[in-house]
Design a protein around this ligand. Structure first.
Ligand SMILES: Cc1cc2nc3c(=O)[nH]c(=O)nc-3n(C[C@H](O)[C@H](O)[C@H](O)COP(=O)(O)OP(=O)(O)OC[C@H]3O[C@@H](n4cnc5c(N)ncnc54)[C@H](O)[C@@H]3O)c2cc1C
Length: 349
């Protein structure tokens, strides 16, 4: 087998791992690398010294109405049903349901909803005043006129992987055609050794920022274990104050995340610019003028034929997990169709 028949996949998050598995099952030999020391991308989780499962990059709640995605993923995990609830802590110490429902609106007052929930959150999360924000972001935050307490009221499938995300990724990548290498950053010098590259690195970085940078917001995660059996009224509590943290998650409140009798682990989230967090890119910044998206499109126009950009940073889009999976399945499918066309007499590795 020649080296050039191999496919390189940069990034071992959902986007890269889903493509790796799909190509491997179709007989392609895949080399997948990640610059981090672990698999799973931002969905990576681990069990700490108290037997509590922690999501290293903040809470990842799997929710979707896409049956194809659920079916595909279910080959690698069993599920624990779970419907997420979020509370907000008011300045007077009371907890109310988020997103704002009828009860929350009555307690806070309809005319104060923007100032209590959206204004401080926007300042912390996006580093701008509410008025400077793309209205599309605000439209995504629902306000309900019923008493529903669930964070994702409409998705038909909501669950956590029974043994965690990392175990699910391990099974996904466990295939003789997949070669995994961690602590390995992409190097342009090796590009020519592969027939195709699926790349989840930031697209502006690949092009050495020649058209300028694509900005992101980031989050610093602060993990703390306290000598208490339990502390929060819900798995996640959002803060309405002006302090730097947006929310805190208590892991034991999620199913299958540990049952330590005397200790509980919390993760606080502190949003910031990605340059203040080791260039960790989480949320693409939507500017009102659409300059960032235009710049992204210009980068897209420069992508060579032997490369497909994938995932959050390759597509410069916020993707939930089910969207990243769906998009990766489509990218792999397109690639395999193109490969089959180029090999009319049957394909080989
Ligand atoms: C705080 C937070 C909370 C979230 N909560 C949810 C949730 O509740 N539900 C939900 O559905 N989604 C959630 N998401 C979204 C979820 O994280 C994404 O859908 C998912 O991570 C997308 O996977 P990806 O493969 O595109 O990107 P990533 O998971 O970021 O994976 C990309 C990988 O590429 C690697 N990489 C980048 N550049 C290079 C390079 N040059 N060389 C080698 N490797 C490289 C990175 O190290 C990374 O591991 C959340 C995201 C964040 C940030």
């Amino acid at each position: 087998m020649s080296q050039s028949s191999k496919t390189l996949i940069v990034g071992c998050g959902f986007s890269g791992a889903v493509i790796a598995r799909t190509l491997a099952e179709h007989g392609r030999v895949v080399h997948i690398i990640d610059q981090r020391n672990h698999i799973g991308g931002n969905a990576h989780d681990f069990v700490n010294e108290h037997g509590i499962r922690v999501h290293q990059y903040g809470p990842h709640l799997f929710h979707t109405s896409n049956d194809k995605v659920v079916q595909w993923l279910s080959a690698f995990t069993d599920w624990l049903p779970y419907q997420h609830r979020v509370k907000a802590l008011l300045s007077d110490g009371r907890y109310v349901t988020l997103p704002v429902n009828k009860e929350t609106a009555e307690i806070v007052g309809c005319d104060r909803i923007i100032d209590v929930f959206f204004r401080p959150y926007t300042r912390k999360m996006w580093g701008v005043e509410l008025e400077q924000l793309d209205p599309a972001i605000l439209q995504r935050v629902p306000v309900r006129d019923d008493l529903n307490e669930f964070y994702f009221p409409n998705d038909t499938f909501q669950a956590m992987p029974k043994d965690g995300y990392t175990a699910m990724f391990q099974r996904m990548l466990d295939h003789p055609n997949i070669q995994l290498q961690l602590n390995k950053a992409f190097d342009k010098a090796v590009e020519g050794q592969y027939s195709h590259v699926f790349n989840s690195m930031p697209i502006d970085q690949y092009f050495d920022y020649c058209l300028g940078e694509l900005p992101y917001r980031s989050v610093k995660f602060h993990h703390h274990t306290l000598p208490m059996p339990s502390i929060l009224p819900a798995a996640t509590v959002n803060f309405t104050h002006d302090q730097p943290y947006t929310r805190v998650t208590e892991w034991k409140k999620l199913p299958g995340h540990g049952e330590h009798p005397s200790h509980t682990t919390l993760t606080f989230e502190e949003p910031c610019d990605y340059k203040d967090n080791h260039m960790e890119r989480y949320y693409p910044v939507k500017d009102l003028q659409g300059i960032n998206l235009q710049r992204y499109q210009q980068y897209r126009d420069m992508v060579p034929a032997h490369m497909t950009f994938i995932g959050r940073c390759g597509l410069y889009a916020y993707l939930d997990m089910h969207q990243a999976i769906s998009s990766a399945l489509a990218a792999a499918d397109n690639h395999l169709k193109g490969f089959a066309k180029a090999m009319p007499f049957g394909c080989c590795n």
